[in-house]
Design a protein around this ligand. Structure first.
Ligand code: PNS
Length: 161
């Protein structure tokens, strides 16, 4: 059973993330999408909300499971029988940080990292940019799943009010 993890903050999940998750699901027996619980970082959506959104958009994939983790990714991997991480690479600017994490995870627990090049259609996408554009009224449709779009509008409207 080849199981990999797609870890991230997913605040919120974008079509770029979904593209990587679905392509990983085509290559491996099981993909575990692991949402980082980071109590020190202020997020727009709670962990429950982020997990729910990913569950909703991956419902049709029989081999994708959504979970949450705190602490080290390598510890999550150990307790879930996972020895490889899949990360999307958008541009050279991602490389340095990603390489550092990949090498550290290998050094810590021999957890491998597999880099997948993002679909050029989404290579400029990031969750922070999505939040910024949406906050100032820009159109992010087509860049995030429909369900995320709705929740983004509602949450930002709540924040305004
Ligand atoms: O979506 P992100 O924020 O780019 O994802 C980063 C993530 C969650 C993969 C990374 O911060 C992580 O693995 N955090 C867990 C803590 C950890 O293991 N840190 C050491 C990494 S070498």
């Amino acid at each position: 059973m080849q199981r990999v993890v797609c870890p991230g903050s997913f605040d919120p999940v974008t079509n770029g993330h979904l593209d990587i998750i679905s392509r990983a699901a085509g290559l491996y027996d099981e993909v575990v999408v692991a949402v980082l619980v980071n109590i020190t970082k202020k997020t727009l959506f709670t962990v429950d909300e982020r997990v729910e959104m990913i569950q909703e958009i991956t419902r049709d994939y029989g081999n994708v499971r959504v979970d949450r983790f705190h602490g080290l990714l390598v510890d999550f991997c150990a307790s879930n029988g996972i020895n490889a991480v899949v990360r999307g690479l958008r541009a050279v600017s991602d490389f340095e940080y990603e390489m550092q994490m990949a090498q550290m995870n290998y050094r810590l627990a021999k957890v491998e990292t597999l880099f997948m090049s993002t679909n050029p259609q989404y290579s400029f996408l990031s969750s922070s940019l999505i939040k910024e554009i949406a906050r100032y009224g820009g159109d992010v449709s087509g860049l995030v799943p429909e369900t995320v779009l709705g929740k983004l509008r509602t949450r930002l409207a709540e924040d305004e009010g």
